[in-house]
Design a protein. Structure first.
Lengths: 497, 128
């Protein structure tokens, strides 16, 4: 390592990007690559929600012990000493909502713009002031230190949507019925896949962070290298950063996030590191998961590699589905080349890690101690169903004789194909035109599944302005019904859901 | 070429598109239509050589016609070339040229899906 830093100093260092390395290793072999290459530069540029900024404002006169603070109406956490604030990237503003948030404050500061600080203080003998307003630029803060708890995922699951409704998620717009696939990550350019055994990546590794020099300060939150989902916790000085590599974003109906440009230089110290840094897009595998299932454990639709994702389309259930990225390969390449350029200019030196990242992490589900109701706990399990051949009189008799205003209609195999309500029957009788329920039933029926949280079913009822949802199993067989009556009963009994 | 048809309240219930097709015998593809009780906004695609004839036929029926020359604008200062606009566009307006996203504005039907899908808010419809 000191030899490489010596060569950085005298300008003879040999640097390639992680995209160039695989062909080099194919041509020269790993031993040849160790002789010919000193450093491989990696880079990624994507939305990294788990990012934030520590700001020290300096003390006012008279002094204030800030308890709550807002920067351009975005709340920053004020519960750290008197004038230290922590601004989270995803915090939305109080006046502009999702279109402006913590990430936008960071981009404004980096771009040299002023921000309005408003603060409330807890009055004490040593901090007599109760409120404060001032206008600050980046240079006016004593420190503006970016500390990102979870950045630079090794790989990330791609997203699609099986439902018949467009979803707006932190993975972008997902069109109905597997209309598209959205993915994130820089594939073979991404830092961790080039050093998955943490031979160089560790606590204290110097990195490129948003245009400046920063450090890895440890493994990130949810770091799970044993499953291929390692993450980094990183730190850097906002005053060194540039808006080319730090960009605020808004995901529709999700909120603000921050695009972070992050690159790790990997010294080719031995053949093992050379081999790992020659990883190709097709060797990095991830899953495509269905965001149509609004639960923590979303089903995997298929496995896919980054070469397939980059190709522009991937097959799902026999159809070609278009893919597109949320992270930018274009800017990731700029990160890797900018890092390479600063190494060649003798401005960026490698630092040996103090210790490697931990090899086994933890990302367990939340322990939930409060009662959590599922549709199956609330639904009425006994539901009369009808076949579509029956007459309106028969349907009316079934509705009158049963507890619901709704009659699910099923096929010969017992699958749900439609729904008839008491209102539909009245309408048909009033018009005198229709005689069979097949002519009047609603064929596009909103459904619930037994394992769905009741809260989500309630949201569906509200969203679609309906009063009942048939509950169906995997095979689309009716196993129950939830209605707005169930909700009012629950609410009446418990006070809350 | 794409034409935006603004159909005013007085004439929205008339079969305007079919009468124009019958008169001109031009191949007209309806790309997008939003018609309600009082007015309508329809985007049609017409063969370039028949475009002025079709435009005149619509105008003769009281429709305000705008040629969609540059329907969508991408702010290249804001664009980070992620490609989020590519897979969600129904007409394939965007594609990668190398690693950069470029727009073929002639394909845009102004549905607006990309405007909200763009994380950088770099896309804007030019409404006329």
């Amino acid at each position: 390592m000191s030899e490489i830093n010596e060569r950085i100093r005298d300008g003879s260092v040999r640097v390639v990007t992680a995209e160039e390395m695989p062909d080099l290793v194919d041509e020269l072999g790993t031993d040849g690559a160790v002789r010919e290459v000193d450093v491989v530069t990696t880079g990624t540029f994507g939305a990294m929600c788990s990012s934030g900024l520590f700001l020290n404002t300096g003390h006012s006169d008279p002094p204030i012990k800030i308890s709550r603070a807002w920067l351009n109406n975005v709340e920053a956490y004020g519960g750290v000493a008197a004038v230290d604030l922590f601004l989270g990237a995803t915090q939305p503003s109080e006046d502009r909502g999702d279109e402006y948030g913590g990430a936008h404050v960071m981009e404004d500061l980096v771009s040299g713009r002023e921000v309005e600080l408003r603060a409330q203080g807890a009055v004490t003998d040593c901090y007599p002031r109760s409120d404060l307003e001032t206008t600050l630029r980046l240079g006016d803060f004593n420190q503006a230190i970016m500390v990102n708890p979870r950045n630079s995922y090794q790989r990330y699951a791609a997203a699609t949507n099986s439902t018949d409704r467009t979803l707006h998620t932190y993975m972008g717009t997902l069109l109905p019925r597997y209309g598209n696939i959205s993915y994130s990550g820089a594939g073979s350019l991404s830092p961790i896949p080039n050093d998955p055994d943490f031979e160089y990546i560790g606590v204290g590794t110097r990195i490129f962070l948003c245009g400046g020099q920063g450090h890895i300060i440890g493994s990130g939150t949810q770091h799970l290298p044993q499953s291929g989902f390692a993450t980094l916790m990183v730190k850097g000085d906002l005053k060194e950063m540039s808006a080319e590599f730090l960009r605020a974003a808004t995901f529709q109906d999700y909120g603000p996030s921050l695009y972070v440009g992050l690159g790790v230089p990997i010294p080719i110290l031995n053949e093992r590191i050379a081999k790992n840094s020659a990883v190709r897009d097709r060797e990095i595998i991830t899953e495509i998961v269905d965001y149509g299932v609004p639960r923590r454990d979303r089903p995997t639709v298929r496995r896919v590699n980054y070469e397939q994702l980059y190709s522009g389309s991937v097959e799902i259930e026999g159809s070609e589905v278009r893919t597109s990225a949320l992270s930018s390969r274009h800017v990731a390449r700029k990160v890797a080349s900018a890092l390479g350029a600063s190494i060649r200019r003798g401005e960026f030196f490698l630092s040996a890690p103090v210790e490697p990242l931990i090899a086994t992490g933890r990302n367990n589900p939340m322990k939930q101690t409060k009662e959590f109701l599922l549709v199956r706990d609330v639904m009425s399990p006994e539901v009369a169903t009808a076949r579509e051949e029956i007459s309106i009189q028969e349907a009316a008799a079934m509705i009158v004789g049963g507890p619901f205003d709704h009659l699910p209609v099923v096929s010969e195999e017992g699958r749900l194909i439609g729904m008839v309500t008491a209102w539909d029957v009245s309408k048909a009788v009033a018009s005198g035109k229709t005689s069979h329920i097949s002519e009047m039933m609603t064929r596009k029926v909103f459904i619930a599944s037994p394992d769905e949280p009741m809260e989500l079913a309630a949201r569906k009822l509200h969203h679609h302005k309906i009063s009942a949802l048939p509950v169906v199993d995997k095979d689309h067989r009716v196993v129950g019904m939830v209605t707005s009556d169930h909700l009012s009963r629950l609410y009446g009994r418990r006070g809350s859901l | 070429m794409k034409l935006m048809l603004h159909v005013a309240p007085g004439i929205v219930r008339r079969p305007i598109v079919s009468s124009v097709i019958l008169e001109t015998k031009a191949l007209i593809n309806i790309e997008r239509a939003k018609v309600d009780a009082v007015s309508g906004e329809i985007v049609v695609d017409v063969e370039p050589e028949r475009c002025s004839e079709v435009k005149a036929a619509f105008e003769a029926r009281g429709v305000r016609v705008v040629l969609l020359e540059n329907p969508i604008v991408k702010d290249d200062e804001e664009c980070i070339h992620c490609g989020a606009c590519i897979s969600i566009c129904p007409t394939g307006t965007f594609h990668f040229k190398g690693s950069e996203v470029v727009a073929d504005a002639g394909k845009c039907v102004q549905c607006g899906t990309c405007v909200t899908a763009c994380p950088q808010r770099a896309l804007r419809l030019i409404l006329k």
